[in-house]
Design a protein around this ligand. Structure first.
Ligand code: AMP
Length: 542
């Protein structure tokens, strides 16, 4: 017997409809690409998104078409997303930090038909557009007055294009499993892989994200998503904020410490989310200027392991709660968040920090397990580490075009490629990427743990651990270190600092100092390049 409840398809435009009806006067503040701070409301964004949909339909775009965006976090980018989804098309975020050849490859693979582009990225698009055969139209996210000269064909200024619509448009309706968005993984191994979000997965992800033990968002919040919309959907905030009616503050193209501080302060931001490097820049700015954070209550830190020093500075010096989080593009992206269950809530000092160092537990809607290489599930004992696998309604079940099928098993589990352990309390801790883990004498050494420890040294700016071939042990760790400006720590200083804080056999066999550590387009340490750089390195212990 079926239940007698209504069919109410989970479609993304219902999020912006709700924002308009319930929170229409709530503001969206953007640092525009042209320069000034621009203020808008959910009611205005809703109306303009309807115009985007109307215009797209009139230009011949509709159900299933991939429409790219090459843009920073601004209100215009959000309107474009909702307009694209509302006509049944698919927003496809492009990461401008990738090489032009990679972006061309991705656009061709997705067969993007149109692109919304910020002024910043027009020169980049000019270089590659000719090689994207499917591309029919370029919409520059600006007005006529700011339109630069361009040789690109079929180019319009967004505001003029939008002015030709009146917003008298009804959202299209379709099955909730229809594709809504697309984002490619950064492709550190092989070609990038397309992840295709559905309306249903986006809406469920927004609901999961807002829950108290996830990001814990409310209409009273003012949210600053520093994490870009082109990096895993701004971690879902462009959907969860309109869903709950929070004020949004969009940072545009300026992510340096002073610019982020300015927005946090003038807009009285209560909640923000970003990768650790952004927070390091902000904390450095605060230390240099002596400024405080009277409004900010909570920051979510993820995308890479959050160094302990960042957590302590936020909590002890500025009274801001830190929530460490883990996820990936394939998970929309949330996987785990480290809020404190009652058993841990009373912990203080080092014991509390020890828990906060973990990536956290899964909210309802995500399942996880760790397995050995043969697929046998491993115990939740907080030390046995293995392959981290996940499943849930906002987790990919395949990549676009069916590539990478080996990462998905017949029981619906997705192999994340991360290595982790889970403690009896359900808290997961990432110890490595499967391809980065150092295998010494048949045992695994966590590079993340070594790196977190090393950056705790007051003179170390950044550290990366890699495995160097060793005749006896197979591999041994080399620690690559970038010193803080004006500081001269030696190998002995750093090893002495680490000594006793990890197992003896985990200690690096050597320390190499470099001016810079290579990073991927998503800001992660590029271990492949680093390993190539140290290909001929000979350890003193070998
Ligand atoms: P992306 O799809 O670009 O967001 O990258 C996802 C990958 O980033 C994950 O599979 C992890 O390897 C890494 N990652 C994300 N968050 C964390 C975190 N809190 N700690 C350690 N690694 C993380």
């Amino acid at each position: 017997m079926l239940g007698l409840m209504q069919e109410w398809p989970l479609l993304c435009h219902k999020l912006i409809d709700n924002a308009e009806r319930q929170h229409g006067r709530r503001e969206i503040v953007s640092r525009s690409i042209e320069g000034p701070i621009v203020r808008s409301t959910y009611a205005e964004i809703h109306h303009r998104a309807l115009k985007v949909a109307e215009r797209l339909e009139r230009d011949g775009f509709g159900l299933g078409d991939r429409i790219a965006t090459l843009a920073w976090n601004t209100a215009r980018h959000i309107e474009a997303w909702y307009g694209i989804m509302g006509v049944g098309a698919i927003y496809h975020t492009l990461n401008p930090r990738l090489f032009p050849e990679q972006i061309t490859w991705i656009m061709n693979n997705a067969e993007d038909k149109a692109v919304f582009v910020d002024l910043t990225f027009l020169p980049l698009l000019e270089k590659i557009a000719g090689a994207v055969k499917s591309l029919k139209q370029v919409i520059v996210l600006t007005d006529e007055a700011h339109m630069p000269e361009t040789a690109l064909p079929n180019v319009v200024a967004y505001e003029e294009w939008l002015a030709q619509a009146d917003g008298n448009f009804a959202w299209k309706t379709f099955d909730e499993n229809t594709a809504a968005g697309m984002c490619y993984t950064s492709g550190t191994t092989g070609d990038p892989k397309g992840v295709l979000y559905s309306h249903r997965s986006n809406v469920l992800h927004a609901m999961i994200e807002a829950m108290p033990d996830a990001m814990g968002l409310s209409s009273r919040d003012t949210i600053l998503p520093v994490v870009p919309m082109f990096h895993a959907n701004a971690w879902g905030l462009a959907q969860s904020a309109p869903m709950i009616g929070a004020k949004l503050v969009m940072p545009g193209c300026k992510m340096d410490g002073a610019s982020i501080y300015e927005l946090l302060d003038t807009e009285k931001v209560t909640f923000s989310a970003a990768v650790p490097t952004v927070w390091m820049m902000l904390l450095q700015h605060l230390e240099e200027t002596g400024k405080k954070l009277p409004y900010l209550q909570k920051v979510v830190i993820g995308g890479a392991s959050c160094p302990r020093a960042i957590t302590t500075k936020f909590q002890d010096n500025y009274d801001v709660q830190v929530v460490h989080a883990w996820g990936m593009t394939e998970m929309s992206p949330l996987g785990t968040l480290c809020t404190l269950k009652p058993d841990y809530a009373g912990l203080k000092g080092e014991a509390r920090l020890g828990v906060q160092q973990k990536q956290g537990f899964t909210p309802f809607g995500i399942e996880m397990k760790v397995t050995d290489d043969a697929g046998n599930e491993l115990p939740w004992d907080g030390k046995t580490f293995g392959r981290l696998k996940v499943r849930g309604p906002a987790v990919a079940r395949a990549y676009y075009g069916g590539i990478g099928a080996e990462q998905f098993d017949q029981d619906g589990w997705f192999d994340t490629g991360d290595v982790a352990h889970i403690n009896p309390g359900g808290y997961m801790q990432i110890t490595d990427r499967a391809k980065d883990v150092i295998k010494s004498g048949g045992e695994w050494i966590s590079t993340i743990e070594l790196e977190n420890l090393a950056v705790g040294h007051p003179d170390v700016a950044e550290a990366a651990a890699i495995g160097i071939p060793h005749s006896k042990w197979g591999e041994r760790p080399l620690l690559v270190v970038v010193r803080k400006p004006g500081r001269e720590p030696t190998k002995t200083d750093i090893l002495a600092f680490m000594d006793g804080k990890v197992a003896k056999w985990w200690m690096p066999d050597d320390v190499a100092f470099v001016g810079e550590i290579p990073h991927t387009a998503a800001g992660k340490i590029q271990k492949i390049t680093l390993r190539q750089q140290f290909r001929d390195y000979h350890l003193p212990t070998d």
